[in-house]
Design a binder for this molecule. Structure first.
Ligand SMILES: NC(=O)c1ccc[n+]([C@@H]2O[C@H](COP(=O)([O-])OP(=O)(O)OC[C@H]3O[C@@H](n4cnc5c(N)ncnc54)[C@H](O)[C@@H]3O)[C@@H](O)[C@H]2O)c1
Length: 433
């Protein structure tokens, strides 16, 4: 393919050099004449292991060159990649000036040349940016078709060429078959699964990934600080923690849903925070966990209050399905708030209904929902009869079936993802999707 790469920074130079190595004919474009001059000489403008060799080989093979002229680059190219910077602006938001400016240049060039273009946005930019670029490009292209995709890059500086060749997946955010097939062809040399999703999903995944990496680093550092205060080596703690691939470094606990609860997580996070506090250790990430969790319960309670209903059926009361443990259950806290807001709440939870609550479990529910016995019903039909809203706090097959068989127009607030795709007869709303 003939590919134009806009922006000869880290992402652009790596992409250009690797695409040239893989057999494509690539022109790199940059407003910085010095970078263009270096590439033209076969030298890399950014330092990365193996990149100097790839740039030199690309240039000497004639498959890699550079220019400052956007029009000349777009002329004759099948695909344009946008890899310009998206630095933090003064207000902390991403500065999209360069992305939008390049979009206009590509659109104008496509319009002048009168040939359809495929444009992929590889820069990191918030959901909706590709749609903004599309508007600008299509307007500038004045009727010439342009096919667009978001195509975030996942490489890390320092191992960028290695990462380019082994990404976790190639993510293509598009609903345009021509953009998809151009990118499939461009990345045919990359050995990774290729996933096609909606543009905004691809854009959001990149931010989620970077926030997750930041959270992992901050978490490891905070744990190590507390460990040190106990004269324990946090490096060993984290090594053991990450060696558990069943619960720790795994998909477990990584699905959006309702708040955590139960007899362990709230208490043990609290104990850890206490350890930090009495030693004057500042661990803001760990400190934020209870607040973040409470905010989810608050969000659910606001969603119910704003739905302007009086009678609510709550499916699931225990802190998770398959148990009768009510201690620190977010569903209990939610029920308590809703009753406080004047809602009429009926609760169906088969295990809690059948359980002989005792000990701390009984004490917890008596303290938080003193009349819980009168709220609990043993038959789901009883809970749903007359309910204006069904709130689901457990994703169980039984609750799914109850909702599938509920009357047309039943209003459902799903806190946990009981449905991936809800049946059309429900007036369905997910708390966070
Ligand atoms: N650096 C990384 O490790 C990395 C990894 C993944 C994604 N990203 C994302 O990729 C994007 C690029 O990052 P980077 O680190 O390569 O940026 P960078 O700042 O190193 O390079 C950006 C380049 O774009 C050029 N440019 C600006 N306006 C231009 C225009 N109108 N025409 C042509 N070139 C223009 C600049 O001169 C510069 O050389 C960012 O959105 C970044 O968040 C970066």
């Amino acid at each position: 393919m003939n590919i134009a790469v806009f922006g000869l920074g880290y992402v652009g130079t790596i992409s250009a050099a690797c695409l040239a190595r893989d057999g494509h004919t690539v022109v790199g474009v940059d407003v910085n004449a010095e970078k263009v001059r270096l590439v033209a000489l076969g030298e890399t403008p950014v330092l990365e292991p193996d990149l100097d060799r790839l740039v030199a080989e690309g240039v000497s093979s004639g498959r890699l060159r550079a220019t400052t002229d956007a029009f000349e680059a777009v002329q004759g190219s099948d695909l344009a990649l946008i890899t310009v910077g998206t630095p933090a602006g003064e207000d902390g938001g991403p500065d999209l000036t360069y992305v939008l400016a390049v979009s206009r240049e590509i659109g104008l060039a496509a319009g002048r040349e009168g040939r359809a273009q495929v444009v992929a946005l590889r820069s990191t930019a918030p959901p909706g940016t590709l749609a903004r670029c599309a508007e600008i490009i299509l307007e500038a292209a004045a009727g010439v078709p342009v096919h667009l995709a978001s195509n975030p890059e996942f490489l890390r500086e320092g191992s960028a060429v290695w990462d380019y060749d082994r990404p976790p997946y190639t993510l293509i955010g598009t609903d345009d078959p021509r953009a998809e097939s151009a990118l499939r062809e461009a990345y045919a040399g990359v050995n990774a699964p290729l996933l096609v999703v909606a543009p905004a999903v691809a854009e959001m995944v990149k931010y989620a990934a970077n926030a997750w990496h930041a959270a992992k680093i901050a978490f490891s550092n905070e744990i190590a600080q507390i460990a040190k205060a106990f004269d324990v080596d946090g490096r060993q703690v984290m090594e053991l923690l990450r060696s558990d691939t069943k619960l720790n470094v795994s998909p477990a606990y990584m699905r959006p849903g309702f708040a955590y609860g139960g007899s362990c997580l709230p208490k043990d996070v609290s104990a850890l925070l206490h350890s930090a506090r009495i030693r004057s250790l500042d661990v803001p990430l760990l400190r934020a966990l209870p607040a973040s969790n409470d905010a989810i319960v608050e969000r659910a309670s606001v969603a119910v209050v704003q739905s302007r209903v009086r009678t609510v059926a709550l499916l699931g009361l225990a802190f998770k399905p398959g148990t009768d443990d009510l201690r620190e259950s977010p569903a209990v806290v939610l029920a308590k708030r809703l009753i406080g807001e004047g809602h009429n709440v009926r609760i169906y939870d088969p295990l809690v209904y059948r359980a002989h609550l005792m000990g701390t479990n009984l004490a917890y529910i008596q303290e938080n929902l003193p009349h819980f016995q009168s709220l609990l019903v043993g038959d789901p039909r009883e809970a749903l009869a007359g309910a204006e809203l069904v709130v689901v706090s457990h994703a169980t097959p039984e609750f799914r079936e109850i909702l599938e068989q509920s009357p047309e127009g039943t209003r459902v607030l799903d806190l946990v993802g009981v449905f991936d795709s809800p049946p059309p007869h429900l007036a369905y709303e997910g708390l966070m999707w």
